[in-house]
Every structure is written in structure tokens, then in C-alpha cells.
Ligand binder design. Structure first.
Ligand code: SAH
Length: 262
């Protein structure tokens, strides 16, 4: 297979990579890009990359599928084949922080791979030979993302809460933990809380993306809507939330992030 490298027009801004694991989690982004200007679909490494613009910002939107390897492979391609300037990930997660409820939004400040353990050779959670256990989200990109989320919950939270019969959604910022498991048990949540007391949400991609971005010096930011609380009800709560709400949350947040009229 030949290497792929998408050239940008001379002087053009490098694009922003926008990723999700599952199609619902990208919301209407690709349709919104298509409505604005031509979108080129590029197939590479068993994924489709949609190259276009959103509110004038050059973007490459793609789906990683589920898990750390899938996410790492996809973000590597965004960096190497599409020369992205930064990476934004949107999706759902299980809430593990005491105050994090279904329907809340979590913007990552930092990430840990909760299933990485090469102890006693290296401290638990530390990426061997890299010497890092907590990866940072880019502060400026994350601040802009959190601002978009705050505007979303201020403008649409009350209506959303009344419609769903939930408390008005809130925005949290802090640690997101990632591993190759769908966490669906109260005892598992207790173990995660004991090991990583400041974790707000658990998912399966964020920390892998953050590691690759750290290694290549590419800024990244991650937003997760809480679809479940990683307990016995998680499979059902996740499936319902994914089908009914993940898309509208992502669309509403991304539209504000890019500065579209809402
Ligand atoms: N059976 C599902 C698989 C879901 S995996 C399916 O067929 O689609 C869950 C996805 O949502 C992952 O991408 C992960 O990042 C996120 N997620 C949501 N809740 C989670 C939880 N409780 N534990 C781990 N990941 C979770």
C-alpha cells in the first residue's frame, strides 16, 4: 500500500482533525460541512476521512471506531496523512465522578490510561519508556471547547432537562480515564475511584489520543457527554443515550465551538 499524504493549498491553514468513535457522536458535522462547501472523502487505513470546512475552518472529520488502538491509529493518520494542526474528539462516556450525572458534559484537562500497568517495572499507569502517566489536554483548545459547552448548557440545558426529566446538565472539567473495557459495574467504578479519585469520566479512546498527540506535539481536546454511570444500568443507558441524544449534544457543542449561528 502506498503512503498517503494530502497536500494543502499553498498558504492554506492546516486543518483541525475532528474525531468520534461512533457515527452518532459526530452529530451533523459532516452534513454541515457538506452544506458549506465541497467535502472530499478519502479512504485510508479502513477509515473514511471527510475533508472540507466548518464555518470557514478547514476540517478533517472521521470516525475512529472503539478502543485505544483504533483511536491511536486514527489520530496518527490525521497527523501524518492529513497534517492536522490540532485534534478535537467528541463522544459519550461513563460518569465516575461523584457529582457527574447522565446528561452532564465533561471537558478533559488531563487523561490517564486506567488499564495500563507495567508494575513493578514502571509505576502503575505510567507509559513505559515515555515516563508519563497523565497526559494534558491543550489548555487553549480545551478552554474554547468548555466555553462552547457552557453556552450550550446555558442556552439549551433547561429545555433539555424538562424534556428528559433530568437535572439541568452541567459542565465539568478534569481527568478523563480510558481503557479497553466498557465499564458496567458499581464494583468496577469503586476500584477506579480508589485508584484515580479525581477521575470524572471513563471511556475507551481519549488517553490514547492524548498520548499520540503528546508524542507528536499536536494540541488535543476532548469533550464527553455522560451517557451512563458505568454501573449495571450502563449498557442500556449508553444505548438509549447514543441513539437519542449523543448526536444532538455533539451537534450543538460543535456548532458553538466553530462559531456557527445557533
Ligand atoms: N456495545 C457497544 C459498544 C460500546 S463501547 C456498541 O456496540 O456500540 C462504549 C463507547 O462509548 C466507547 O467508544 C467509549 O469511549 C464510550 N463509553 C460510554 N460509556 C462507557 C463506559 N461506561 N465505559 C467505557 N466506555 C464508555
Amino acid at each position: 500500500m502506498s503512503a498517503l499524504h494530502i497536500e494543502h493549498a499553498a498558504g492554506a491553514r492546516r486543518p483541525l482533525g475532528v474525531m468520534a468513535a461512533l457515527p452518532q457522536e459526530l452529530g451533523d458535522l459532516i452534513d454541515a460541512m457538506r452544506a458549506e462547501s465541497a467535502v472530499r472523502a478519502v479512504s485510508h487505513g479502513s477509515r473514511d476521512y471527510h475533508v472540507g470546512t466548518m464555518c470557514g475552518t478547514p476540517c478533517v472529520a472521521t470516525l475512529a471506531r472503539i478502543g485505544k488502538v483504533a483511536a491511536a491509529a486514527t489520530v496518527s493518520a490525521l497527523i501524518h496523512a492529513f497534517d492536522v494542526e490540532a485534534v478535537l474528539f467528541t463522544g459519550v462516556a461513563g460518569g465516575v465522578g461523584e457529582t457527574v450525572r447522565v446528561g452532564d458534559v465533561v471537558v478533559a484537562d488531563s487523561f490517564v490510561q486506567h488499564d495500563l500497568d507495567a508494575s513493578p517495572l514502571f509505576p502503575r499507569f505510567e507509559v513505559p519508556l515515555l515516563g508519563v502517566s497523565r497526559f494534558a489536554a491543550d489548555p487553549a483548545l480545551s478552554a474554547r471547547l468548555a466555553d462552547a459547552c457552557e453556552r450550550f448548557v446555558t442556552e439549551e440545558g433547561a429545555v433539555l432537562a424538562a424534556r428528559l426529566g433530568i437535572e439541568p446538565p452541567r459542565v465539568h472539567r478534569g481527568l478523563i480515564i480510558s481503557g479497553d473495557q466498557f465499564v458496567a459495574g458499581a464494583a468496577d467504578v469503586e476500584l477506579l475511584r480508589a485508584a484515580l479519585p479525581d477521575a470524572l469520566a471513563v471511556e475507551m479512546e481519549g488517553a490514547a489520543i492524548a498520548q499520540v498527540c503528546h508524542e507528536y506535539g499536536v494540541p488535543c481536546a476532548v469533550v464527553r457527554t455522560v451517557s451512563d454511570t458505568a454501573d449495571a444500568e450502563a449498557p442500556e443507558s449508553f444505548a438509549t443515550f447514543l441513539t437519542e441524544l449523543a448526536g444532538s449534544y455533539s451537534s450543538a457543542i460543535l456548532r458553538r465551538f466553530f462559531g456557527a449561528e445557533v
